[in-house]
Design a binder for this molecule. Sequence first.
Ligand code: ASP
Length: 347
Amino acid sequence: MLTGTNKISNILLIYTGGTIGMIEDDQSGSYLPFSVESVLRFVPRLSELDVSLSVVSFDKPLDSAHVGLNEWLKIKNLVCDNYQDYDGFVILHGTDTMAFSASAVGFLLQGLNKPVIFTGSQLPISKVRSDAHENLVTAIEIAIAQKNGKPNVPEVAVFFDKNLYRAVRSTKDNAENFDAFSSPNYPVLATAGVNIKFNKAFITPFSEKRISPLMHIEKNVVILKLFPGIDDRFIKQNVSAPWVKGIVLETFGTGTVNLSVDSIEVLKTAINNGVLIYAVSQCNIGSVEIGKYKSSSVLKEIGVLSGSDITSEAALVKLMVVLGNYSDNKEIESLLISNWIGELTEV
Ligand code: ASP
């Protein structure tokens, strides 16, 4: 861990990998994860911010394609183990799976009342045109922003390009532009221009609660995306696999499905055997409304739960976290259909 000079706010920077710190392999030209030192070397003026910055890095920085359940727990543990010593946390992470990781950390860190800001970049920080510098500096500024001694953003969020998004509402929707993320069903929490403007009405209010992190994640959860012509055998293989405990069902539009009578029976049997099926929409904007059309009402009849306007990323990790930490079926169902930490709009 590197420690900077003692100034106003203490921030812990957690480096997990991602393009931000990658270097180009001389032979193949591919980007490879490198070190946190390579990131900080390119932002020498960080020391001019009103912040005492400590840095901790994953031993082996990862392309976020390889970040999964163990790493989510590792990030959660790093935040919890250092919680009392810091005013906020900035997580440097690859963009490809950032929405999953940030959502998972959001659900795991129950009772959070400090900023945990994920960021990264589309180009390595070593590139002259890189977006890394702006993203890193602004993420730190957001993490230290306070009013009357209380943090402006006491929740897990993703800062990218000019916008701050609620973690459990964020999605990576652009692999080309610098504004790689969006939050299709929830307003941005802040916008960074000449000034950083916080959208207070939409940020989780500060409360004097104690952090009470959840410890487990259930890994036997899958996403099943429907498509025209989907074969009954494919549905059966996925839904009746004995190890599957939860399924995010990506339905069309507002929740319509093209399931045959046989496939409905497969889903019904799975639900009766304790598998949780959580319906989300394949559309970015809008919400599942089971029963709005005849071709979705069957989901209600067999006990599929509605995820309203939750993203697929947040739905997957919410199922994993709920199944990992709760055992009472009624409690699990109620958590899934309700708004827990701002991930869905209750109807
Ligand atoms: N493949 C990289 C990653 O997700 C992409 C990035 O960071 O932008 O780690």
